[in-house]
Design a protein around this ligand. Structure first.
Ligand code: ANZ
Ligand code: ZN
Length: 829
C-alpha cells in the first residue's frame, strides 16, 4: 500500500500546510474514521457536546474538539473500536435574530454556517465519522423527537398547563429570557409583563428519585457536577401542615422543612397566585392592585430570597393547629406559587426571609429554638434569624427536645388531629418545553374544537417546519401561515389547528447522542446498533451544561429505556468538563475585543501547532490562558521533532568510525529513560487525562534524542526505536506531522493504523546508577556502577579509582558511609 511521498523527497523544513492536507486526504480516501459495529472488538464511544452553528469556530470549540480527538485517537491505538461522531445543534434563537437583521431565512443562515464550520473542523484534522453527521433542524432528525414526544404523551409523561411567559406588549410577542434586558424587551424597550398561557410540560419529576439515586453510579463524573445535579433535584424532608381558617371550612396547607419551629409561627403568607389571595382580592381593590403589581415582574427563582419583602394583609385569619392562636394571613411577594403548596408558615425568629418580613410589618418574633452549646440564651433574635437546629424553648410540651426529636413529636400530634403529615419535597420542577418561537421542531399536536388535544398520528409524522419563511420581525411566522396551522382533526375529520409553538432546543440535545448509533435508520428511532454503542464512554463539554443539558439527557435516557428503546440506565459513563479559555485574564468575548481567531492561527502555524498548544497550556478542567508565545513554543517543538527525525534519516546510511564501541551504560540509561517516559505518558493520556504533562514528557524524550551521540549501529537502532515511540505518543495530539514522519522513516503502513507502543518492562529495570564520591566531606568526583551492586562492590570500585587513590595517599580509610544509589563518603585522617 502506497501511503504518500517517500522519505527521500521529504522537505528539510517543516511546512505544515502541505503535510496536513496530505494526511487529511489520506484519512478521507481510506475512510479511516468510519466505524461499523464489531461485536468482537471492545467499543469506545467518545463524544463532544455538539456545536451550535453560530458562524465560525471559536477557540473554546477548538479546545473541546481537540480534547475529544486526542482521546479518540489514543483509545483507537489501544485497539478499541472507536466511534467519534459530530453534528449540529441547529435550532435556536440566534438564527431568528440573524434573520431579522440580515433578512435571510433562519434555515439558510444555519446551513451556511454549518458548511463553513464543517470545513474548519476538517481543517483541524478531527477524526469524525462524517457518515453519521446529524443536523437537528432536518426533518429526518426531529421526526423521531416528535414521535418520542407522542409516546411519552401516551405514557402520561406529557401534559399541558398554564405557565408564565415574558410578554412584550408593544411587539405583541412572547420573549425568551435572553431577550429580556433589564426587564425590557430587547427590540421594543417596553416593560415586559408576565402572562399565563397554556404550555407543554415533560414530567421529569416522575424520575426525580432515580435521577438523584443514580448519581451514585456516575463515578466517572466530576464530583462538582454531581453535587450541582443533587442540589438542583433538591430532595427535602419535611411536613405539610394545615392551618384551619377562621370562619371558613377550609385550611391553608404549608410545606415546611422545619416542623420543629411550629410553636414559633406568628403569621402565614401565601403567594400572589394562591386561590385564597385571588378570592380575597375580589372585595379588596387595594389587594387586587398589589397582586397585579407582583405578577408584573417575573422573578427568577434565585432572586426570591433576596428581593425586597413586600406583602399585604388579606383580612383572612387562621388558627394555629396546636395552640389555636389567631394568625394573620398575608399575600407576600417572596412566596413562590410553584413551590410546595404556595404558602409558608412565618417563623421570623428562625427563617431570614420571614425575619425581614416580620420586621417590616411589625409582626411578633417568637424564639423557639436555642443553640445546642449554650445553656444560656445568647442569640438576639432582634438582629437576625437563628436558622440552625437546636433545643426547643417556649414550646409547651416540646420544650427541651432536640429539633429532630421535636419534629417527629409535632408531626405525630398533627397526624392525630388530621392536620399534618410527613412529606418529601423535590425542588425539581417539570420541564416546560413549549417555545413561542419559529426556529424549532414543531410540537406534533392538533387542537380540535370537538376532540380537544389530539396527537399527530405516526403516519403523518414528521410535522415539517416550513423553511422558506419571511421574517417580519415580530412573533413567529408560523402564526401567520394558515398553510401550516390549518389542518383536519385526525380523530373526527373536522377543521382543526396545529400547535404553532415549537420545542425548547434542549429537547434535540437530550437524545442526539443515541441517534448517532443509527442516524441512517429511517423507519425507527433506534435499532440494535444503539445497544452496541451506548452508553457514551467519554463525554466532553463545558461546565455551563452541568445542570440542565445533562439532567435532561439523563431523564430522556431513562424514559427511552422504559419505552424499551434502549437498554442502559445512564447515557454518559465518564464526563470531562473543560475549562474556559482566557486572554489577559478575561474571558474571550466579542464585546471585550480579545478574541483569537483559530482560523488565522491554523493558516499561519498549521492545525498540529494549534492542537498541541491547546493541550499543552493547561490540564483539561482548568482555565487556559491564551499566550502567543505558547503557540510559538508549540510550533518550535514540532519543528525540532521534524529536524531530529530528518537528521536521523539522512545520516542513517553514513559510515561510522570502526573503532567505536557502543557504551552499554549509556544504552541502558537511554532505553530506561525512553520507556519510563512512555509509561508516564500512557498513564497521563489514558487514566489521568493530563495531556499537558504527557506533552512535557514527550519534550523530554525529544531532548534526550537531540543529545544522544550516535557512535555505532546499535546506537542507531536505539535512536530509531526511541523516535518511533516519540512519534506514536505524539500522534493523537499532532496527527499530521506524525503521519508524514512515520512514512519518512520508511514505514509502508500508515501511522493511523499503529498501536500504542508497549512499555518494554526489561528497560524499566535500571542497569546503572551514578554515585557521588566525597572524601572528608568534599566532592571528589562521580562513578557509574551497576544498579544492583552490593556495598562491597561499591567500596571496592570507589577505592580502586585513580582519583580516590590520589587523595588517600596509600592510607586506609577510617570510615566509609554509603547512601544507596546516591553517595559514598570516605573519611581518612
Ligand atoms: C417554616 C420554616 C422555619 C422554614 C424555619 C424554614 C426555616 P427549602 O429548604 O429550600 O426546600 N417555603 C415553603 N414553601 C415556599 C414557597 N412556596 N415559597 C417560598 N418559600 C417557601 O425551603 C423550604 C422552606 O422554604 C420551608 O420551610 C418554608 O419555610 C419555605 F426556621 O417553613 B420553612
Ligand atoms: Zn376532532
Amino acid at each position: 500500500m502506497k501511503i504518500g511521498r517517500s522519505w527521500c523527497i521529504m522537505e528539510s523544513q517543516y511546512h505544515p500546510q502541505k503535510i496536513e492536507e496530505e494526511a487529511q486526504e489520506y484519512w478521507q480516501k481510506h475512510q479511516s474514521f468510519s466505524v461499523v459495529e464489531d461485536p468482537l472488538k471492545e467499543k469506545y464511544y467518545c463524544l463532544c457536546m455538539f456545536p451550535y452553528p453560530s458562524g465560525s469556530l471559536h477557540v473554546g470549540h477548538v479546545r473541546n474538539y481537540t480534547l475529544g480527538d486526542v482521546i479518540t485517537r489514543f483509545q483507537r491505538m489501544l485497539g478499541k473500536n472507536v466511534l467519534q461522531p459530530i453534528g449540529w445543534d441547529a435550532f435556536g434563537l440566534p438564527a431568528e435574530n440573524a434573520a431579522i437583521q440580515r433578512n435571510i431565512p433562519p434555515a439558510e443562515w444555519t446551513y451556511q454556517n454549518i458548511d463553513h464550520m464543517k470545513q474548519q473542523l476538517k481543517r483541524l484534522g478531527f477524526g469524525y465519522d462524517w457518515n453519521r453527521e446529524i443536523t437537528t433542524c432536518r426533518p429526518e432528525y426531529y421526526h423521531w423527537e416528535q414521535w418520542l414526544f407522542i409516546k411519552l404523551y401516551e405514557k402520561g409523561l406529557v401534559y399541558k398547563k398554564n405557565a408564565i411567559v415574558n410578554w412584550d406588549p408593544v411587539d405583541q410577542t412572547v420573549l425568551a429570557n435572553e431577550q429580556v434586558v433589564n426587564g425590557r424587551g430587547w427590540r421594543s424597550g417596553a416593560v415586559v409583563e408576565r402572562r399565563e398561557i397554556p404550555q407543554w410540560f415533560l414530567k421529569i419529576t416522575a424520575y426525580a428519585e432515580e435521577l438523584l439515586n443514580d448519581l451514585e453510579l456516575l463515578t466517572g463524573w466530576p464530583d462538582q457536577v454531581r453535587t450541582m445535579q443533587r442540589n438542583w433535584i433538591g430532595r427535602a424532608e419535611g411536613a405539610i401542615i394545615q392551618f384551619p381558617l377562621v370562619g371558613q371550612a377550609d385550611n391553608i396547607h404549608v410545606f415546611t422543612t422545619r416542623p420543629d419551629t411550629l410553636m414559633g409561627v406568628t403569621y402565614l403568607a401565601i403567594a400572589p397566585e394562591h386561590p385564597l389571595a385571588i378570592n380575597a382580592a375580589y372585595s379588596n381593590p387595594e389587594l387586587q392592585g398589589f397582586i397585579a403589581e407582583c405578577r408584573k415582574v417575573k422573578v427568577a427563582e434565585a432572586e426570591f430570597a433576596t428581593i425586597e419583602k413586600k406583602g399585604m394583609k388579606t383580612g383572612i385569619e387562621a388558627f394555629h393547629p396546636i395552640t389555636n392562636d389567631y394568625l394573620p394571613v398575608f399575600v407576600a411577594n417572596y412566596v413562590i406559587s410553584e413551590y410546595g403548596s404556595g404558602a409558608v408558615m412565618g417563623v421570623p425568629a428562625h427563617d431570614q426571609r420571614d425575619f425581614e418580613f416580620a420586621k417590616k410589618h411589625h409582626l411578633p418574633i417568637k424564639q423557639v429554638i436555642k443553640p445546642l452549646e449554650s445553656r444560656e440564651n445568647p442569640t438576639d433574635v432582634n438582629l437576625g434569624a437563628f436558622t440552625e437546629k437546636g433545643i426547643l424553648i417556649h414550646s409547651g410540651a416540646y420544650t427541651g427536645m432536640h429539633s429532630s426529636q421535636a419534629s417527629q413529636a409535632i408531626i405525630k400530634t398533627l397526624e392525630e388531629k388530621n392536620l399534618g403529615h410527613k412529606e418529601i419535597h423535590w425542588r425539581l420542577r417539570d420541564w416546560g418545553v413549549s417555545r413561542q418561537r419559529y426556529w424549532g421542531s414543531p410540537i406534533p399536536m392538533i387542537n380540535c374544537p370537538d376532540c380537544g388535544t389530539v396527537p399527530v398520528p405516526d403516519k403523518d409524522l414528521p410535522v415539517v417546519l416550513p423553511e422558506n419563511v419571511v421574517f417580519e420581525g415580530v412573533g413567529s411566522p408560523l402564526k401567520r401561515m394558515p398553510e401550516f396551522y390549518k389542518t383536519k382533526c385526525p380523530r373526527c375529520g373536522l377543521s382543526a389547528e396545529r400547535e404553532t409553538d415549537t420545542f425548547d432546543t434542549f429537547v434535540e440535545s437530550s437524545w442526539y447522542y443515541a441517534r448517532f448509533a443509527c442516524p441512517d435508520q429511517m423507519k425507527r428511532m433506534f435499532d440494535e446498533r444503539v445497544d452496541y454503542w451506548l452508553p457514551v464512554d467519554q463525554y466532553i463539554g463545558g461546565i455551563e451544561h452541568a445542570i440542565l443539558h445533562l439532567l435532561y439527557a439523563r431523564f430522556f435516557h431513562k424514559a427511552m429505556r422504559d419505552l424499551k428503546l434502549i437498554k442502559s440506565d445512564e447515557p454518559f459513563q465518564h464526563l470531562l468538563t473543560q475549562g474556559m479559555v482566557l486572554k489577559d485574564g478575561a474571558k474571550m468575548s466579542k464585546s471585550l475585543g480579545n478574541t483569537v481567531d483559530p482560523q488565522a492561527l491554523i493558516d499561519r502555524y498549521g492545525a498540529d501547532t494549534v492542537r498541541l498548544f491547546l493541550m499543552f497550556a493547561a490540564p483539561p478542567e482548568q482555565t487556559l490562558e491564551w499566550s502567543d508565545a505558547g503557540v510559538e513554543g508549540a510550533f518550535r517543538f514540532l519543528k525540532r521533532v521534524w529536524q531530529i527525525t530528518l537528521t536521523h534519516i539522512e545520516k542513517r546510511n553514513d559510515p561510522l568510525p570502526e573503532t567505536s564501541s557502543d557504551n552499554i551504560d549509556t544504552r541502558g540509561t537511554f532505553r530506561h529513560r525512553c520507556y519510563t517516559l512512555l509509561q508516564k505518558v500512557t498513564d497521563d493520556m489514558g487514566r489521568r487525562h493530563t495531556f499537558n504533562t504527557a506533552i512535557a514528557s514527550m519534550m523530554e524524550l525529544q531532548n534526550e534524542l537531540s543529545r544522544f551521540q550516535v557512535k555505532t549501529q546499535n546506537d542507531r537502532a536505539l535512536v530509531q526505536e526511541a523516535l518511533e515511540v516519540l512519534l506514536k505518543m505524539l500522534s493523537p495530539i499532532a496527527p499530521h506531522i506524525t503521519h508524514a514522519l512515520w512514512q519518512a522513516l520508511g514505514h509502508t503502513t500508515p501511522m493511523i493504523d499503529e498501536k500504542w507502543p508497549v512499555v518494554d518492562q526489561s528497560a524499566l529495570v535500571q542497569n546503572t546508577v551514578e554515585m557521588t564520591i566525597q572524601i572528608n566531606g568534599k566532592h571528589r568526583g562521580k562513578m557509574t556502577i551497576a544498579f544492583d551492586a552490593n556495598e562491597d562492590t561499591i567500596k571496592k570500585t570507589a577505592l580502586s579509582l585513580e582519583n580516590v587513590q590520589r587523595y588517600l595517599q596509600g592510607k586506609n580509610p577510617d570510615k566509609i558511609v554509603i547512601v544507596p544509589k546516591k553517595l559514598i563518603s570516605i573519611v581518612v585522617k
